[in-house]
Ligand binder design. Structure first.
Ligand code: FE2
Ligand code: FE2
Length: 289
């Protein structure tokens, strides 16, 4: 069994210091073997925000795969935005925009979807799709394959509904190379579903999960992150939600993969507390027109 923590949208510059301190403590209690960080580390890609993000990441004592988000590209500085969009990311966070972690049980590949010209939206390039194919298809299918991006492959249950650019082309490769799980953030809304809930032409079942934010930029739900216990053919997804003092488990969903199909075999009721709306891992039911 492997445990993976998925954190997203930290937005340093708009962080809650108490939450950040407790997040580190909670991660140490959870003891994941891997941590996926799906972008928007900073609020405005400023130097001091990257330094704070780097100091935070350095305090996570587990293997990490980190990808940029649209907020990690300067918005108001046109010279930096268009000529040096991820210069500070490379300088303070990581030189590799498309990092990979692979061992005998699990493969976690990151893809940078942040673009200067796309502003809030993101895109995957043909070069990245070719690199994904080269890396993923050479990994045996017995290894659990995960891809993490900032921009999601299926839209949230509430507007806006845009998804990552070139998703159809990328998904053809992800399907060909038997990817099991896609992780993303960006909308600050936690939701999960099978890829076929939106992309009907995909024949393989790929589980898709989005994490909420861990910043103060909340969108209809409290800050939270996701923990996966991966024990093929089963996978358990637990949402750990910030209640103002500590992180508490608020929703558990168990999936089982049978004949290449992800079936939801258990879902706990969402915990409720007065004044707070807990993430419920909403299931999409709207298919692409
Ligand atoms: Fe964000
Ligand atoms: Fe974003």
């Amino acid at each position: 069994m492997r445990r993976l923590a998925h954190i997203s949208d930290l937005h340093f510059g708009r962080e809650d210091p108490d939450l950040m301190r407790e997040l580190l403590a909670d991660l140490r209690r959870i003891e994941p073997s891997l941590v996926a960080v799906s972008g928007d580390l900073t609020q405005r890609a400023r130097r001091r925000q990257f330094l704070a993000a780097r100091a935070f990441l350095e305090r996570i004592p587990y293997s990490k795969i980190v990808v940029p988000g649209n907020h990690d590209i300067p918005l108001y500085d046109p010279v930096r935005r268009f000529l040096l969009p991820l210069h500070r990311w490379r300088r303070y966070i990581a030189a590799d925009m498309d990092p990979a972690y692979i061992d005998s049980e699990i493969a976690l590949l990151g893809v940078n979807t942040a673009r200067s010209l796309a502003f809030v939206n993101g895109r995957i390039s043909d070069r990245q799709i070719a690199l994904l194919r080269y890396r993923l298809c050479s990994i045996p299918d017995r290894i659990f394959k995960i891809v993490v991006t900032h921009h999601p492959f299926i839209p949230p249950p509430i507007p806006p509904f845009s998804i990552v650019g070139r998703s159809a082309k990328a998904l053809a490769v992800l399907e060909e190379c038997s990817v099991d799980l896609l992780l993303a953030g960006h909308y600050h809304v936690g939701y999960s579903d099978d890829i076929q809930s939106y992309h009907e032409n995909i024949r393989s079942h790929i589980l898709v999960s989005q994490a909420s934010t861990l910043s103060t930029r909340l969108r209809r739900e409290p800050a939270a992150y996701n923990v996966f216990e991966i024990d093929p053919p089963e996978l358990t997804l637990t949402v750990r939600t910030w209640n103002g003092k500590v992180f508490v488990p608020t929703r558990e969903t168990r999936y089982r993969e049978m004949k290449k199909t992800w079936s939801r075999v258990y879902a706990s009721p969402a915990h409720r507390q007065r004044g707070l709306r807990w993430p419920t891992l909403r299931t999409r039911r709207t298919r692409k027109p």
